[in-house]
Design a binder for this molecule. Sequence first.
Ligand code: GAL
Length: 451
Amino acid sequence: MIEAIYSFPRNFLWGTATSSHQVEGDNTNNDWWLWESEGGRIAKGHRSDKACGWWDGRWKEDLDRAAESGQNAHRLSIEWSRIEPSPGQWDEDALDGYREIIKGAIKRGLTPMVTLHHFTNPMWMAEQGGWLAEEIVDWFERYVRRVVGDLSDLVKLWVTINEPNVYAYEGYLAGLFPPGEGSMRKTYRVMRNMVLAHAAAYHAIHEIQPEAEVGFAHHYRGMRPANPKSPLDRWIAGYRSRAFNDLVPRAASIGRLHFLGKRESVPQAAGTQDFFGLNYYTQEHVAFDLRNPGELFGRGFFPPDADLSPTGFIANVPEGMWVALNWARAYGLPIYITENGVEDDEDSVRPRYLASHIRQVWRAVNFNWRVRGYFWWSLVDNFEWERGWTQRFGLWELDVKTQERRKRSSADLYAEICKANGLSTEMVARFAPEAFGEIFPGATLPEGEQA
Ligand code: GAL
């Protein structure tokens, strides 16, 4: 019996998110394909290969799954290397391919949100300096104009770039993404160029399609001082959070870049978001550590009592979602949660992670914070970058060899949430009884359900 339900507003978007390289397969013309072929770059030598077979048409069955489970939106990305295989040359068949996928989404009742850059670059562009090149802003704008010119009759919600901060840190500081560099100076340069490219894309999209809603997807990582009483821990947590979390959205808001004491004015970037795209996964503790100059004298870690995902990649910290939303709303824009999720092959953490994060989103909605939609990462297990296939984020499990899909219990939970446009006591009692007290404080767990 339903004792209570956290209800969401009408027209709230419920979806999942995917990205081209992670699901399509055979993206042979981008920098990741090369990176994967080099050996030693990806866990267990995994390759994206056929990925989830979307370019061979398997997007149809997966979008069927999304629609049948009550979702009303889908976030997907366009692969630049397919559209523009060499500079200024357009592949019309590839554009038609995306038209078909997006039409297919709409036909199934899924509002498309389309990302124009999600970590991968065409080979020609990477070879000519990638995101460090001066010309990158013009290159990106040319590509964006072509895509938006072609698809503006179908798509209204555009995400220019996915996670500029993660892209820059992983590729240019940690060296885990191509081109595998380790330079703070280049990391800054790339973030700066991404801000400029986003701004150019924002203005170009509005010129072509005035009614478009344009933003980027920002990765917010919660950072708390390990010891709140230590001034050094407090300082380093704030410092790292400003460099990682604040830099890009601030620039897109006020037109100023501020990084490690460096200031630069980028007036063309001011006010270039119609919505705030928020990717939130986890929150870490940060301690001051003199032995770690490479990471700005800080060390991030999960505390020993953290509720960890199976590979220890993510700590389940639902309050961090609330903190992230509270931080994001200061920008005064409507918010879409463009990604949230956890890797969990056995689906042992995912149901409680999903339910308790949605409860935090509901709290925000209930305070009239302008949260417009939620996209779970991800629909089906997909190629997880340098972690290959070792991490499984899908509501559906994928057998990479046979391409068979198997539904996880979380898919049923999410379907019930989407269909009810809310989260009920009864759902939590069935799918995540261990989190019942946290999610519905004061309510009684129905008889027969084990906490
Ligand atoms: C995000 C990224 C996604 C996905 C996810 C889970 O940072 O945008 O592509 O990989 O992390 O690892």
